[in-house]
Design a protein around this ligand. Structure first.
Ligand code: AMP
Ligand code: GLY
Length: 447
């Protein structure tokens, strides 16, 4: 039995914890607040948990040392950026998540674009990196429609795109100026990219520094309301298909994404900054082919719930191999069931603008079998679960077809009572058909 430490306390960590315990781990956890399900999994498996500052490398490493931890995995972006994996490694604890230097691919968008373009990784959009407002404005004038991004971490909420959050050239220029003057994201640069138009998709991989094993493709839905409207959120839901691809993506498009990942892992290794951990590639299929939007140095949330729901292997063995640089030896054991998944997030009424906080939620039915639930940002007080203000519960349906998985997840959302809402359009039939038609029209090819 492996003493396994998981750092983090969202729905993504809930499913990682569940799979770790199913894989025979004794679970230990460092969490920012007591997660009702992860804390129980720790107790049930004979482990323990600690609520602490999970971004503090020495607090986490000290707990790990005191509990005889044999393997660790940290996942929130800020935790990785603060060097929590490094603190564990310094204590001699094998770690399956990337170091601060390797996770820079996520926490510094300027570094990521520069590194990958200098190594000719395919799929780069036109981009510029600026410290100066006038130069940024000149670039916007030359490119037209753009995405304006603080270089550092902003919880997924710092990127603004022409025609979505930015109305016209002047708003784009003003936002670039605001990013530079406020130091948004904690780094001095603003990254400006040509606006890419198409359908986004996620390709997550297990990476051991050299070798990578791709997981099923996922599409997530970041916008708050039905019909993809409203503000960006952490993600309102996501889906994956039984063939592990997406209905609007061709084999050639898939291979383009794989080549970009291959090139990126090689680029990091050749700069003596090997990436070990879960690498999350966000891509977009456009009329000019597949382009890379960004990398994250961790599982996505909700995307972890899609891929891990169909993962068919021992997660602890995969994490051990990833940390040791020995994924090649277990490649045959990393399998995913040929099933579709749909995740729908229940969020507090008013989320994300004015979310209702501290509202009780209850399970009003039996949740089992091909329907699962994962708690995100909720807390427990005297046996009652309450919302915080962020996403509350992820409902996951698993079935042979996407249509069935969608119905299961949708039914699941009605089994919780409380002041909650969700997007009922995620992965429904009309939405999938609209995506397929859109990409066929954009690329001129029928998939
Ligand atoms: P990021 O934090 O880089 O993943 O960006 C967040 C979201 O902004 C992405 O999921 C896209 O929807 C959008 N976005 C980022 N870069 C671009 C781009 N170059 N063109 C269009 N949309 C973008
Ligand atoms: N679902 C997007 C993310 O985890 O960053």
């Amino acid at each position: 039995m492996t003493n396994f430490l998981l750092v983090g306390n969202g729905a993504r960590e809930h499913i990682i914890a569940e799979k770790a315990v199913e894989s025979g781990a004794k679970l230990f956890s460092c969490m920012a607040y007591k997660h009702p399900a992860i804390s129980r999994l720790c107790e049930k498996s004979g482990g323990a948990y600690k609520t602490c500052d999970i971004c503090n490398p020495s607090e986490v490493a000290e707990f790990a040392g005191s509990q005889g931890i044999e393997l660790a995995f940290a996942s929130p972006d800020e935790v990785l950026a603060k060097g929590v994996s490094d603190g564990l490694i310094r204590k001699g604890i094998p770690c399956a998540s990337p170091t601060q230097a390797a996770s820079r691919i996520e926490w510094d968008k300027a570094y990521a674009r520069e590194l990958l373009s200098s190594h000719n990784v395919p799929g780069m959009p036109k981009f510029g990196i600026f410290l100066d407002e006038t130069e940024a404005a000149e670039f916007i004038d030359a490119v037209g429609d753009v995405a304006v991004k603080p270089a550092g971490l902003t919880g997924g909420k710092g990127v603004k795109v022409s025609g979505v959050q930015l109305n016209g050239r002047d708003e784009a220029v003003a936002y670039a100026k605001e990013v530079l003057q406020s130091g948004m994201g904690g780094l001095p640069q603003v990254v400006i990219e040509e606006k890419l138009v198409g359908e986004e998709f996620t390709l997550q991989s297990f990476v051991d520094g050299k070798i990578f094993i791709p997981m099923p493709l996922v599409q997530d839905f970041k916008l708050a309301y039905e019909g993809d409207t409203g503000q960006n959120t952490g993600g309102m839901g996501s889906y994956s298909c039984a063939d592990h691809r997406l209905p609007f993506l061709s084999q050639d498009d898939y291979e383009s994404a794989i080549r970009a990942i291959e090139g990126s892992i090689r680029a990091m290794a050749s700069e003596a900054n090997r990436f070990k951990g879960v690498l999350y590639g966000q891509f977009i299929i456009t009329k000019d082919g597949v382009k890379l939007i960004e990398f994250n140095a961790r599982f996505g949330d909700p995307e972890a719930m899609n891929v891990l729901s169909v993962f068919d292997g021992n997660l602890i063995d995969v994490f051990k191999a990833m940390g040791k640089g020995e994924l090649g030896g277990i490649r045959g054991q990393v399998k995913f069931k040929p099933l579709a998944t749909v995740c729908k997030y229940l969020v507090p009424d008013g989320y994300p603008e004015k979310p209702l906080k501290d509202q009780p939620i209850k399970i009003a039915g039996t949740i089992a079998g091909n329907l699962r639930y994962y708690f995100a940002s909720v807390y427990e007080k005297e046996g009652q679960i309450y919302t915080t203000g962020s996403r509350a519960v992820g409902l996951v349906g698993v079935a042979p077809t996407l249509g069935e998985a969608e119905k299961i997840a949708e039914r699941g959302t009605s089994l919780f009572t409380g002041r909650l809402r969700h997007r009922s359009d995620i992965a429904n039939e009309q939405m999938i058909k609209a995506k397929v038609d859109k990409i066929a029209k954009l690329t001129g090819i029928k998939n």
